[in-house]
Design a protein around this ligand. Structure first.
Ligand code: SAH
Length: 314
């Protein structure tokens, strides 16, 4: 329904036929405006834009100050110029290291989608600027369809696919992942990489179950709150406020999957594996967003977990 009263500061009208809640419009506005260096500078390295966190051990040597310049007399540059260059090099090393860890996260998720063939289709729910679909396509040769509620992200991601000349197989759509309009049973695999906290899980898994063929694979990597700790902690609430999202408890994933024909085949707690990423990011003055300490406290006090769940569509 569209309200067109004169003088009303109208919310952006969704371009698809289906209704979008006011909340979803706010989320779309957030991602349409988002220009965080931690999302853009890392992606520029190899045009794989990820808007999720990283996993794996950090190469801490990236933090070392450069020693080459010490005693390197004879250079024409001024001392301060040399220092600036070294600081820039150090920043670049940190940026590249964070990107490597984010790429490792994407590779782990993607490895659980297969085996897939080049004729298979995969669905990337809440695709951001599109890196995950490119990774899946490069690995399996499959068709990938990404969906984001942000028009700007979908346009950006389609531009990237064109630049790589993979736009015949990798496409992005400005749609609601709860109601994609894609054909039923047409997908061999689907995933949410850090995008489940924006939606009700029952509605989300119903759409995945509809889209996946029988025996198809669903994978999510997500932050969830830990039922064994209790309810959502202060830190979890701060993360919700920061991103305008609603982090679900771990239990709710399994309940909602069971109700929607998704049977877990692999569950992996990635909490310990993501801590080094956050420790490094905290020290990346040029990339921090201000939420780093909160993530570290949430993981360390046991109230928050970073989880991978792979499930079969039965
Ligand atoms: N999966 C991506 C992006 C994660 S950020 C990556 O790994 O890089 C969260 C994403 O969820 C954003 O792209 C946002 O637009 C998307 N999103 C949130 N709610 C959505 C909805 N209802 N439908 C489609 N996308 C949604």
């Amino acid at each position: 329904m569209t309200v067109t009263e004169a003088g009303t500061a109208a919310a952006p009208v969704p371009t698809q036929a289906t209704c979008q809640s006011t909340y979803q419009t706010r989320v779309a506005n957030y991602w349409n405006a988002e220009e965080n260096p931690v999302n853009l500078e890392l992606g520029k390295i190899d045009d794989l834009y990820h808007h999720h966190y990283g996993i794996g051990d950090v190469d801490w040597s990236v933090l070392d100050e450069d020693e080459d310049e010490v005693g390197g007399g004879g250079g024409v540059g001024s001392g301060s110029g040399g220092d600036g260059d070294d600081a820039a090099k150090r920043r670049d090393r940190i940026t590249a290291e964070l990107h490597r860890l984010e790429q490792a996260q994407a590779d782990l998720l993607t490895s659980h989608l297969g085996p897939l063939s080049p004729t298979d289709r995969v669905f990337d729910a809440g695709c951001g600027r599109g890196g995950g679909s490119v990774v899946a396509h490069l690995r399996y040769g499959c068709h990938a369809h990404g969906v984001t509620i942000s028009r700007k992200q979908a346009d950006f991601a389609n531009d990237q696919a064109r630049k790589r000349s993979i736009d015949d197989k990798v496409r992005y759509h400005h749609r609601n992942m709860l109601d994609t309009g894609f054909p039923s049973g047409a997908y061999a695999a689907s995933w949410n990489n850090e995008s489940t906290m924006y939606v009700e899980l029952d509605l989300l898994f119903a759409e995945h179950a509809r889209l996946l063929r029988r025996g198809g694979r669903y994978v999510t990597i997500t932050g969830c709150y830990n039922d064994a700790y209790g309810r959502a902690s202060r830190e979890v609430s701060l993360i919700n406020a920061h991103y305008i999202c609603d982090i679900h408890p771990r239990s709710e994933y399994f309940r909602a999957m069971a109700r929607n024909r998704l049977v877990p085949v692999h569950v992996q707690d990635l909490t310990a594996a993501t801590l080094p990423y956050w420790e490094l990011r905290k020290q990346a003055d040029h990339l921090v967003t201000g939420i780093e300490e909160t993530f570290l406290s949430a993981y360390e006090n046991g109230s928050f977990q970073y989880l991978l769940i792979a499930a079969d569509r039965i």
